[in-house]
Design a protein around this ligand. Structure first.
Ligand code: PEP
Ligand code: MG
Length: 584
């Protein structure tokens, strides 16, 4: 049994066979063979190995013909491994003695051999491990043939393990079969992490290198509450986690049953708790979890995972679907926020030469440079707005000029629709995300021009502290408790209060219960959170009073170290929530 730790980004516990993405890209059957099947399975293994050897020889001949003898020599090592009688003997003995499938036995033996090579302390031999992984891939391809189960066509539950998952890959995961995922890279508020919350599956990111230690099909436990990955757990650990899984499920069901409507603090102050969504289909769960509206609809996910340009009708249909679920409650549609880690295939050309994407052509900047795209989206928003209570907001605004420019395009679109006599709602509230420090610093000035603010702490933290939100190597610098971040959040809340403007926090900070008393104490009355967290956050709000929160916030203002603030907030949370809920 091995235990690895990473960043917990979506709660819950899941167990299942490993599906190692990027290595085999398909699932390894881990069933036990019947005694009578052993000999025929060994024959199948030998036949597959023979085919692999033939394939390598053919590649060797091809390389020799086109590139010369010295390049062809690379394949000699592969061939030697494929024909190594000792390896074959080790695989066969697992099939004979432990009745393992050839796929599982081969992956166990080859992985172990590769690890031994990697740890011999010899650079040349360590590099040969790559040949073994290559051999494993070819052998599995031959063994599984047409039967191989790919990620897009799963038929049984798995735990997905990958070096990295892009937001579009994550968006494509089928939560019916993918019970959890774990990645080597990634940060706590990366979009991949956010999507795990949307899919409501346990997830851990930023574990560091572990993929090469795992064979496909191996039993995995993912503890998304504590950020713990357990490889090949022993029986006692499995039993403990089965109990933990049941406890988490019962608690979640109990919370969902609460069906809290609008909530108030103990001293009767109304707090609005909306949900963040990425896909129109999520509107249903969001409503079910008790959302008072949609505080952030990340529309760029309409583009991810598709090569096709999105039409006005695509946008309109998506927005109408959300509004059908929320015909009266507020729905805040954020215009396209592409760039950084969210690059649609249809826009790859724009990003070919960008070396620093987090500081590059992102979000509103893209919309303002590609006004055709922007106008298509705005037309659809204004048309869909007739079906509900729609607000529109622009992401990553960094200067007042930029906000004015975006508003001007909106005005043009409105005029076009008017001229064309197309039904639309012209006077919807227009707001902005505050997620760049310049916008927070200038909040008083922005407050004269916008109808509302929504604070995007995920980006605000990374730009304030110069720590990439997706990079686990700087995770310790990325901290929502940093006094500089709290200073900027407070600044925006004060600017909104002075101008009597609605303001919400829609970054992950407001989905973390430990920040709720502090944010309310600072003056926040509207939040937008991961739908999964709505019941817990509403329950917490009912347990606290604004008076208490204000005292709590004053104590935080006196602390100047992020670590001390974090510890204080954690400790205080225990006063407001039962111990069992604190880690959720
Ligand atoms: C944010 O930056 O806090 C935010 C909500 O936007 P996103 O996570 O989509 O960048
Ligand atoms: Mg953002």
């Amino acid at each position: 049994m091995q235990v690895r730790n990473g960043i917990a980004v979506s709660p819950g516990v899941a167990m299942g066979p490993a599906f190692v993405l990027g290595v085999e890209d398909f699932r390894i059957p881990h069933d036990t063979l019947s005694v009578t099947a052993v000999e025929s399975e060994i024959a199948r293994l030998r036949c597959a190995l023979e085919n692999v050897a033939k394939e390598i020889s053919a590649n060797e001949a091809l390389a020799e013909q086109h590139l010369g003898k010295e390049y062809a020599a690379i394949f000699a090592a592969h061939l030697q491994f494929a024909r190594d009688p000792k390896l074959l003997e080790r695989i066969e003995s697992l099939i004979r003695e432990q009745h393992q499938t050839p796929e599982y036995a081969a992956t166990q033996v080859l992985r172990k051999f590769a690890r031994e090579l990697q740890h011999l302390g010899d650079k040349y031999l360590a590099e040969r491990a790559a040949d073994i992984f290559d051999l494993e891939r070819s052998l599995l391809r031959h063994l599984l043939g047409e039967q191989r189960e790919e990620l897009s066509h799963l038929t049984a539950p798995v735990v997905v393990l990958a070096h990295n998952l892009t937001p579009s890959e994550t968006a494509g995961l089928n939560s019916k079969y993918v019970k959890a995922f774990v990645t080597e890279t990634g940060g706590s508020t990366s979009h991949t992490a956010i999507l795990a919350g949307a899919l409501e599956i346990p997830a851990i990111v930023g574990v560091g290198e572990f993929i090469s230690d795992i064979s496909g099909g191996e039993m995995i436990i993912v503890d998304g509450n504590e950020g713990r990955l357990i490889i090949a757990p022993d029986a006692e650990t499995q039993a403990r986690y089965l109990t933990e899984q049941e406890r988490f499920r019962t608690q979640s069901l109990a919370l969902q049953k609460l069906k809290l409507g609008r909530v108030q603090t103990k001293d009767k102050v109304d707090i609005e708790v909306c949900g963040n969504i990425e896909f129109p289909e999520e509107a249903k769960t969001c409503k079910k979890r008790g959302a008072d509206g949609v505080g952030l609809y990340r529309t760029e996910f309409l583009y991810l995972g598709s090569m096709r340009e999105r039409t006005e009708e695509d946008h309109y249909n998506a927005y109408s679907k959300v509004l059908k679920k929320f015909p009266e409650l507020p729905v805040t549609i954020r215009t396209l926020d592409v760039g950084a880690d969210k690059i649609p295939d249809s826009m790859r050309a724009i990003y070919r030469d960008h070396s620093n994407p987090e500081l590059g052509l992102r979000s509103i900047r893209v919309s303002l440079e590609h006004t055709d795209l922007f106008k298509t989206q705005l037309r659809a928003i204004l048309r869909a707005a007739v079906h509900g209570n729609v607000r529109v907001m622009f992401p990553l605004v960094s200067s007042i000029g930029e906000f004015r420019q975006a508003k001007m395009v909106l005005r043009d679109v409105c005029e076009d629709l008017e001229e064309q006599k197309i039904e639309h709602k012209p006077d919807i509230p227009v707001g902005m995300m505050v997620e760049v420090p310049s916008a927070a610093i200038m909040a008083d000035e922005f407050a004269r021009e916008v109808d509302f603010f929504s604070i995007g702490t995920n980006d605000l933290i990374q730009y304030t502290l110069a720590a990439d939100r997706s990079d686990p190597s700087v995770a310790k610098y990325y901290n929502a408790s940093d006094p500089s971040v709290l200073f900027l959040v407070r600044r925006v809340l004060f600017a909104a209060r002075d101008a009597n403007l609605p303001v919400s926090v829609c970054g992950q900070m407001s989905s973390d219960p430990k920040f709720i008393p502090l944010l309310l104490g600072m003056g926040l009355r509207q939040l937008s959170v991961t739908p999964q967290k709505i019941p817990l956050i509403k329950q917490l709000i009912c347990n606290i009073s604004i008076e208490d929160c204000q005292k709590h916030a004053k104590k935080v203002y006196q602390l100047d170290l992020a670590r001390d603030i974090e510890n204080f907030l954690r400790g205080e949370l225990k006063r407001f929530l039962p111990e069992s809920e604190v880690s959720r």
